[in-house]
Design a protein around this ligand. Structure first.
Ligand SMILES: [Zn+2]
Length: 172
């Protein structure tokens, strides 16, 4: 890629009716452009099955690969496996108000030449992140976890003025 941005576009008009297979890659550049918080790196392959029909198209996405994020426990980068599938329907020339609020239905104008799927990819990537972003047990950076434990301990030992107040209440 000679400095050229990857375009996540489906060329609606130049494709004939039928099934079309496409592939897109998501890399660090995508994270930076979309300002995805806390994500350090990404290496994903998105397979797209686009079925074009006269009035209604379908879009099937299969996202596979890995992203790198700071570990919940030790804050060191951890690689997380991403596996996500999503299907949506594209209505051509449909009344947008009727469908505007559904995630799985995209309404486009009949004159639309291309469909930009950047936002669909963005949302699917965020949805596919695991709740717990951490190394497998025992694989965390030992120094950092020891340090965090130490900090937690010191914080607990520090006398909290609210505790003193409570002690007085109990004593009296
Ligand atoms: Zn960790």
């Amino acid at each position: 890629m000679s400095g050229q941005r990857i375009q996540y576009m489906i060329p609606l008009q130049s494709l004939g009716e039928g099934v079309h297979n496409m592939e897109f890659t998501i890399s660090k550049e995508f994270i930076e452009l979309q300002n995805i918080e806390n994500m350090l790196d990404a290496q994903l392959l998105v397979q797209v099955i686009f079925t074009k029909r006269a009035q209604i198209h379908t879009l099937e996405l299969n996202m596979r690969g890995m992203v790198e994020m700071p570990c919940d426990r030790c804050l060191e980068p951890v690689q997380l496996t991403i596996k996500n599938s999503h299907e949506c329907v594209i209505k051509v020339g449909a009344n947008e108000e009727e469908f505007a609020d559904t995630d799985d239905v995209i309404c486009i104008d009949a004159h639309e030449k291309e469909l930009d799927i950047t936002h669909i990819l963005y949302e699917n990537l965020l949805l596919s992140l695991p709740l717990k972003k951490a190394h497998t047990q025992g694989k965390c950076n030992a120094d950092v976890t020891a340090y965090i434990k130490e900090v937690k301990k010191t914080n607990q030992e520090k006398t909290d003025p609210r505790w003193d107040l409570l002690k007085n209440v109990i004593i009296n």
